[in-house]
Design a protein around this ligand. Structure first.
Ligand code: HEM
Length: 369
């Protein structure tokens, strides 16, 4: 369902093509490369939130989407986004709704049938491709190469690497722009919701931020000290894993936990189910960041917590996302207090990611300094 949009980008490709691309892109996610992105993450957060004001009501999911998209574009593609964020919003919503419709309803006409809805989806995909093409053209026109993925792929293309067509370059750019912001935005919206619902956790977070940062902006050097901040993130990812389920096809007959799995069977794994199972977590539905002690993490069964997947296809952006979360949460929480507008029902909504309610009505927050 996502292939239409991502083409054969890293999330979708298989076999030799995937391995070649993963090996080419992996160095962009080496520890020292990711650390170089820290400054942009904190600074973009300050810029994005600079016009938030006391008592204002905002849609926090939309805010987190715009912020994480700007960070993904700057760090992964080496381009700054301005009015593009607005321009991407509507077509992206159509693509997201199309995914939901197809997931929920087997009777939707296949994408190649020219129904009015399918034409709308094609036009949305076309708009995003046009925007991304122009971002790539801007990046090319600077002639400079940096540590970002786009630079790596463009230099591979210059060296005439087989298969690196303009279309493939665009598919990878779309993959990283969207896989790199949609997941993180949903997850951050849940953090603000859980903090608003659990004031004691909030107090402990603010105390940690005061003692480590003392009013200044967080830097990458602060991340290891912001331990409780990270615990909040782990616990949020446990309760609301952005990717609630993903699948594998058996490439040969095999057995899993005593069940015979014939070749070609599709198996679905769900962090949402496993991470809310009392076999693995005490009081599984309670939000308890304090459970994430070093001992707890050491003894955690790796097959019960896998918000970022596992094995060779584990999320390539895992360390990037974890650092981004700490820096964004620390930057915002040391400047603002977000409270929930009363009388709302916030419910998880399974879209491409698990997001809070339907954003506009359900996730508005009241800002208090
Ligand atoms: C809350 C944050 C995130 C979560 C929960 C998450 C989750 C996942 C999961 C579960 C997979 C594996 C899917 C599978 O095995 O079929 C995956 C793959 C992937 N993720 Fe993430 N992700 C997050 C953030 C990011 C970020 C920030 C980026 C980009 C920087 C990213 C890029 C990707 C890509 C490209 C893949 C495909 C990797 C491959 O197949 O080689 N993700 N992600």
């Amino acid at each position: 369902m996502l292939g239409d949009f991502f083409g054969e980008g890293l999330l979708i490709s298989e076999g030799g093509k995937w391995l070649k691309d993963r090996s080419a892109i992996q160095p962009s996610f080496a520890c020292e490369q990711i650390q170089a992105f820290g400054e942009s993450m904190a600074q973009q957060t300050v810029d994005h939130t600079s016009d938030w004001s006391l008592g204002e009501t905002r849609d926090v999911l939309l805010d987190m989407q715009a912020l994480t998209m700007k960070i993904a574009a700057d760090t992964l593609l080496g381009v700054r986004l301005y009015e593009e964020v607005e321009a991407i919003h509507d077509p992206h919503e159509i693509i997201r709704r199309n995914f939901e419709r197809r997931k929920e309803n087997l009777l939707v006409a296949p994408r190649w049938v020219p129904t009015p809805w399918n034409r709308k989806v094609s036009s949305a995909i076309h708009s995003i491709r046009k925007i991304v093409d122009s971002l790539i053209a801007t990046r090319r026109s600077t002639g400079q190469l940096g540590p970002d993925i786009l630079s790596r792929l463009m230099s591979a293309q210059k060296n005439h690497a087989a298969g690196m067509t303009d279309e493939h370059l665009r598919n990878q750019a779309i993959t990283f722009l969207f896989a790199g912001h949609e997941t993180t935005a949903s997850m951050l919206a849940w953090v603000w919701y859980l903090l608003a619902e659990n004031p004691e956790t909030g107090k402990r977070l603010y105390a940690e931020l005061d003692s480590v940062l003392n009013g200044r902006l967080p830097t990458i050097a602060d991340v290891p000290q912001l331990k409780f901040t990270e615990q909040i993130i782990n616990e949020t990812l446990r309760l609301y894993p952005s990717a609630d389920a993903f699948s594998r096809s058996a490439i040969a007959d095999c057995a899993v936990a005593g069940f015979r799995i014939p070749q070609g069977t599709t198996m679905v794994m769900s962090p949402w189910v496993m991470q809310r199972d009392e076999q693995f977590f005490d009081e599984p539905l309670a939000f308890r960041p304090e459970r994430w002690t070093p001992d707890f993490q050491k003894n955690l069964d790796q097959s019960s917590w896998f918000a970022f997947g596992a094995g060779p296809r584990i999320c390539i952006g895992k360390s990037f996302a974890m650092m981004e979360f700490v820096l964004i949460v620390a930057t915002i929480a040391s400047r603002y207090r977000l409270g929930l507008v009363p009388n709302q029902q916030i419910k998880p909504h399974a879209s491409v990611t698990i997001r809070p309610g339907s954003s506009r009505q359900c996730n508005r927050s009241n800002l208090k300094h």
